[in-house]
Every structure is written in C-alpha cells, then in structure tokens.
Design a protein around this ligand. Structure first.
Ligand SMILES: [Zn+2]
Length: 99
C-alpha cells in the first residue's frame, strides 16, 4: 500500500479545509401562504406550485391534524386580511357620508 512520505502540516490541512464550509440555503416565500420554500419545489405547507395545487396536503392527515392545519391556514388568511380591512373601512365611511 502506498504510504505518505511526510506528514502534512496543520496549515496545509486547514488550507485544504477552508473550502469545505456549507453554504446558506436560499429560500423564497410561497406566493399563497408566505411560508418559506425551496426554489423550484412545491410548498410543503399548502401543496401548491406556481399558484396551482399539486398535492392534497389534507389527504394523509388524521382528523386531529386536519383540524390543526385548517386552523393554521385560517390564521394565515386572517394575517392577509387586515390590509384589506384598512382599505375597506375608509371606503365604507365615505360611502356613509355620501348617503
Ligand atoms: Zn404555501
């Protein structure tokens, strides 16, 4: 068996290992539920890809898990609504003053 003639120094070893660091994982946000997702992958939370549903995320869940998931999804929907609500309120007041 081939055997190294001389041992490599710490410096040489560390220089070799300077390229071994792991890079950051790039994440984007799901356009539907704003959950972080891997690029070119479907959303694991809501099962959509490019805005259309590709898997049914509710299919394999138990009754208890389904209830929990529905609650989370409703929460996300509510998080989107306040912006719409703020826009809707002034409009309704204007409409009231007109009448
Ligand atoms: Zn999603």
């Amino acid at each position: 068996m081939a055997v190294p003639k001389k041992r490599h120094t710490k410096s040489r070893r560390n220089k070799r290992r300077s390229h071994h660091a792991l890079g950051k994982v790039s994440l984007s946000l799901c356009p539907k539920c704003k959950e972080p997702i891997l690029p070119h992958h479907f959303c694991l939370f809501c099962g959509t890809y490019k805005g259309r549903e590709v898997i049914d995320v509710m299919a394999k869940l138990t009754k208890k898990e389904k209830k929990k998931k529905e609650k989370e999804m409703a929460k996300k929907e509510e998080a989107k609504r306040p912006e719409e609500g703020k826009k809707a309120k002034p409009l309704s007041l204007e409409e009231l003053s007109k009448k």
